[in-house]
Design a protein around this ligand. Structure first.
Ligand code: MV4
Length: 450
């Protein structure tokens, strides 16, 4: 096992990774920007190194500074968390060349899955269902029109280097398509430095279902069931849960088997997620994420498996201690992302000082947070300040526990998404599980041309 790990991240996930390290007897090194000098991840680490100025580009994304911190503190491994450098294959290669273990999959797997078109091709060859669409990159407007004629409207244009909704355009006719093609192309170039686009049939009202995967260095790959992440706003997930109310036993088994098949095709090692679009009883592979995800706790609650500890043990060369048949699912877990944002003002971020902070507790509650009374939320990073996770024997029990915990959550004077979550969880369609990716739209008055 490693004796010391550097955590190349901040906020709640840095604390989450530190907790796993402590329980495994591993020393921790925090890195921090000048804006995070007083953060809890710095406080709880065994050592801490400042890696630059507040903007991410000068600190949490600054590879030379992070590698220097790792060399100075003599760590054996780096955990990238999520966001920042977590899916940067180049960073993983640099770690390897410096003899530092990158806690994650191989750079090759990361690069393959980071290219969404190639990921789709790999999964298709492995036998997974994929959304009907273009066989490859679409070069010109003329080709786009030809493809749309073949696929039939509505279609969706996606950036091959994208993911998570950036550079996407839904089109219903030829006139819109020619314009959307050009704007998507320049958006993709600006966001990713890569303007490659592909096209799919647009699925009108899907659910987002993803499977958690674990793979070791010995060819063992298992899944830890699904998470339903259908409740999203502008591609930001708000609520995630496991299990999904939308899956029958048969569908869950088929999707789980396909997720494992897909991970095998990607030669996957570590923790990863296979995302599917679900349309009724039909599912399609969408993307694979090669990192630990924000919503991993709901899977931990229903399986009892500590996914971050497994990531570290896998990176240290240990064999997975579970076979698929050893993974059992008990009860139901729901996560609400508590963001310092104003739901009444277009979810505008609200950085600044938290004067009072009280975290709910009691039976069935887990809170992952780096915030506390007196904490100043910096304006430079993500606005998530806590993840509230509720567990119950049944979905209704988990919902009731969540509503009770949301009532207990005090964050003053910062505006947060706490009250918005109460409205969503109390909604009849949410409670009945009758939702699609458009569900959240009904909470906002319709503004023409918005
Ligand atoms: C789609 C789709 C419908 N049809 N692809 C959104 C993020 C990116 N990963 C892909 N996304 C979608 N791809 C086809 N062929 C609808 C979405 C989508 C969506 C997916 C999951 C959860 C929320 C969403 C919100 C809008 C669009």
């Amino acid at each position: 096992m490693f004796s010391k790990i550097l955590i190349a991240n901040r906020g709640e996930i840095a604390l989450r990774i530190m907790r796993a390290c402590k329980e495994l007897g591993i020393k921790t090194v925090a890195v921090y920007s000048q804006a995070d000098a007083n953060s809890l991840h710095v406080h709880f680490a065994d050592e801490a190194v400042c890696i630059g100025k507040a903007p991410s580009s000068e600190s949490y994304l600054n590879i030379p500074n992070i590698i220097s911190a790792a060399e100075i503190t003599d760590v054996e491994a780096i955990h990238p968390g999520y966001g920042f450098l977590a899916e940067d294959a180049h960073f993983a290669e640099i770690c390897e060349s410096c003899n530092i273990k990158f806690i994650g999959p191989s750079p090759e797997s990361m690069r393959l899955m980071g290219d969404k078109m190639n990921a789709k091709k790999t999964m298709k060859e492995a036998g997974l269902p994929i959304t009907p669409g273009s066989a490859g990159i679409i070069a010109t407007q003329e080709d786009a029109l030809k493809e749309a004629k073949r696929i039939k409207y509505p279609v969706i244009i996606k950036a091959s280097a994208g993911g998570g909704g950036k550079g996407m355009r839904v089109c219903h006719n030829d006139v819109r398509l020619v314009g959307a093609f050009l704007t998507a192309k320049s958006e993709a170039e600006a966001a990713f430095g890569n303007s490659d686009l592909y096209m799919e049939k647009y699925i009108e009202s899907p659910r987002h279902i993803e499977f958690q995967i674990l793979g070791d260095n010995y060819g063992n790959i298992i899944h830890l069931g699904e998470r339903d992440c259908t409740v999203q706003r502008r591609h930001q997930k708000l609520i995630e849960e496991s299990p999904s109310v939308a899956l029958s036993k048969e569908l869950r088994e088929a999707m789980g088997k396909d997720a494992v098949k897909g991970a095998k095709a990607a030669n996957y090692i570590g923790a990863g997620t296979i995302e599917f679009l679900l349309d009724g009883d039909t599912y399609y592979f969408m993307e694979m994420n090669t990192r630990i995800q924000v919503e991993h706790p709901v899977t931990e609650m229903v399986t009892g498996i500590d996914i971050v500890k497994e990531q570290i043990k896998i990176a240290a060369g240990q064999e997975l201690p579970y076979k698929q048949k050893d993974v059992t699912f008990t009860g139901c877990a729901i996560e609400c992302r508590v963001n310092a944002e104003d739901p009444e003002n277009n979810f505008c971020p609200c950085p600044g000082k938290i004067e009072s902070f009280y975290v709910p507790g009691g039976n069935g509650i887990r809170v992952d947070t780096h915030a506390c009374a007196g904490y100043v939320i910096p304006p430079y990073y993500d606005s998530m300040i806590a993840k509230l996770i509720a567990y119950g024997k049944t979905r209704q029990e988990a919902i009731n526990t969540m509503l009770r915990a949301l009532d207990e959550f005090i964050v003053e004077p910062t505006k947060t998404t706490v009250n918005f979550h109460k409205r969503v969880l109390s909604d009849a369609d949410f409670q009945n599980g009758k939702i699609s990716t458009h569900f959240i739209e009904k909470f906002f008055p319709k503004i023409p041309n918005d």
